[in-house]
Ligand binder design. Sequence first.
Ligand code: NAD
Length: 278
Amino acid sequence: MGDLSGAVAIVTGGARGQGAAEARALAAAGASVVVADRLDAEGRALAGSLGDAAVFCHLDVAEPDQWADCVDAAVQRFGRVTVLVNNAGIVIANRLEDATLDEYLQVVRVNQVGCFLGMKAVVGPMRAAGGGSIVNVSSTAGIEGMEYLTAYAASKFAITGMTKCAAIELGRYGIRVNSVHPGSVDTPMIRDRGVSDEEMAAFGAALPLARVGRPEEVARLVLFLASDNSSYCTGAEFVIDGGLLAGPPPEPVAAQPVTAEPATPGPVTAQAAPAAGP
Ligand code: NAD
């Protein structure tokens, strides 16, 4: 999927979920990885499992001073920074009329401000390294609205826009910037909201690919964008959603009556044609 030998990657929210899968995939492709998260125990354990290729750095993505420390730690340990995966995120779902300003600002602080500060923090080191790749993890909710997710969608649409602005500005330095838009992926973000296996399966069944995604599948897309395999991609939205945004699910196809004699061939009308697929 891509050789990342010599690359040095910072993965925010790297302690668990998609971030942990991304850290593993980047390390397996040859990158040195800084696992950056505010979950110290999980982040240290993950970095430890990757051996000398990884270190853990405590980071709250909304704190500029902690970003400076994290980038310094990456440069001290591995010599440079060439990849940033702005993956850290939180979700708070609530009806618009019940949502509080505090909830809204919590979500924007992590998802939107965190992404902004991360991009800012790595421009200098990436320019010094001769270029790099920034992968901003948005969501399908950064392309299309979703019920009860006003704050989350605001923050994820912001990532979509910031990605394009940064791509325009940083292309001249050999720095590419793209956004990734997962649909539903089976991670603690979803499970911690009390979603059961049955509910997860039921939701997945309504999708064209008939299942929710796995963190490793998102990690493969991130790996592609981090590597030179995507050398002509910048400022773009990469959707990975099992077909969620392709359109509404097809109507169930009614069982066709079986007749002994084939019907007389006639013109195919819109009503006679099946709604979709075989
Ligand atoms: P997760 O909750 O499993 O992991 C998120 C990680 O971010 C955690 O390790 C958490 O500690 C970390 N984090 C949260 N706030 C932080 C902060 N202030 N500073 C540093 N780290 C912080 O979630 P996930 O599903 O793996 O989500 C990863 C990204 O993918 C998020 O940006 C999320 O919005 C996005 N996403 C997830 C889904 C999904 O269905 N799981 C769908 C679309 C987009």
